[in-house]
Design a protein around this ligand. Structure first.
Ligand code: AMP
Ligand code: MG
Length: 349
């Protein structure tokens, strides 16, 4: 996987005048055409707009290849539900003295994930597997019905969570008994990185915007040379946008919000981002966080970590990782890093 982790250039050279957000034309100059598709993969909606030379067949081929890449990533690596996946086998090995041998890719993902768990003081916690299962987060439909698990059961499971329960040595992972990984907070960002690596090989693609759930990849250029326009959802009113980001070139934009997946129980909203110290939905005063970074996995990790950590710690984390951040508080305040301000144009009502 090719990733630029260290020094990132600024996301945009200037704030540019508004074009229609997230709408693309069918045809560009120099024989470059736009292809669009919407599908389901990795348990979420995947929308692709690809700018490439060649006929329709070419566009269909590329979007189809990307879908296959996502489905393979889920089935072979990241899904805890598919018993043959590497993650399921790692979980199966918990408590075994021999541990489990890691693929190169998985070792790389886990190194990033465990480092972020440490640096965030445990706000990001990949070992919540049994807790997210107990809440049945995967089974929730937005705004649907659910049940609050018994407090005693949550408490008992928290005994087996925490990044310190996981060790990686000599390309093998060792987990304590009853510890279980859930990489749902990093998987869509990993997908963005893998898609980007694929597009870099696929020379016919000059530009693309690909959204996998809450993670969006911009790649290359639009045929007319204008920046990519990415809408930022208003957490108070998820049907509309707060504003848009204007981005030059390739970037990863990940958003975590309390409106993305939740159930209502007795009039109270229980969302899918848990505070690892309590096992209940995080109550940090934040409703949504968007992170802009060159790295997909980091943008996904950080949007979740910052949501849990709260405003002050979120700003520290963004600075540490040289990522740009936008967060929306419960009171509706929008807080941004300087680099984010330079890309963001608010929609005024
Ligand atoms: P995201 O939408 O990227 O913020 O990821 C949320 C998903 O990650 C949830 O559906 C859970 O599967 C898992 N998760 C929930 N809370 C946490 C947390 N504090 N740290 C890591 N993963 C989490
Ligand atoms: Mg995330």
């Amino acid at each position: 996987m090719k990733r630029n982790r260290k020094k990132y250039s600024k996301p945009c050279t200037a704030v540019l005048a508004a074009a229609t957000a997230f709408v693309f034309t069918g045809c560009g100059s120099y024989g470059i055409q736009a292809y669009q598709s919407t599908d389901i993969a990795m348990g979420t909606v995947v929308t692709q707009t690809i700018y490439a030379a060649g006929g329709e067949e070419q566009g269909e081929g590329i979007t189809g290849d990307i879908l296959r890449l996502l489905r393979n990533l889920e089935q072979e690596k990241l899904s805890w539900r598919i018993s043959m996946s590497e993650l399921a086998q790692i979980n199966e090995s918990a408590g075994q003295e021999a541990g489990h041998g890691l693929s190169e890719d998985m070792e790389e993902y886990l190194a990033e994930i465990l480092a972020a768990a440490r640096v965030s003081g445990g706000a990001f916690d990949p070992t919540l597997g049994k807790v997210t299962k107990l809440w049945n987060i995967d089974g929730w439909t937005v705004g649907g019905q659910g049940e609050i698990p018994p407090a005693k059961e949550i408490q008992a499971l928290l005994e087996h969570t925490g990044y310190e329960k996981v060790n990686i040595r000599d390309h093998r992972i060792y987990m304590e008994a009853d510890t279980s990984l859930d990489l749902g907070a990093a998987g869509k960002g990993i997908a963005s990185d893998e898609i980007k690596a694929f597009l870099e090989e696929e020379s016919k693609v000059s530009g693309a915007v690909i959204s996998v759930g809450g993670s969006i990849l911009t790649y290359g250029q639009k045929p007319d040379g204008t920046p990519w326009q990415i809408g930022i959802t208003d957490p108070q009113n998820p049907g509309s946008s707060l504003g848009k980001l204007s981005l030059e070139g390739s970037w990863c934009v990940s958003t975590s919000g309390d409106y993305e997946r939740y159930v209502e129980i007795d009039g109270i909203r229980y969302h899918h981002i848990l505070d690892p110290s309590t096992g209940y939905p995080a109550d940090s005063g934040i409703r949504g966080v968007t992170i802009l970074s060159k790295s997909g996995i980091l943008s996904d990790i950080l949007s979740t970590a910052c949501f849990v950590a709260g405003k002050e710690k979120a700003l520290e984390l963004a600075e540490l990782y040289e990522a740009e951040l936008l967060l929306v508080t419960e009171g509706g305040e929008i807080v941004m890093t300087e680099g984010m301000k330079a890309c963001f144009t608010p929609y005024t009502s």
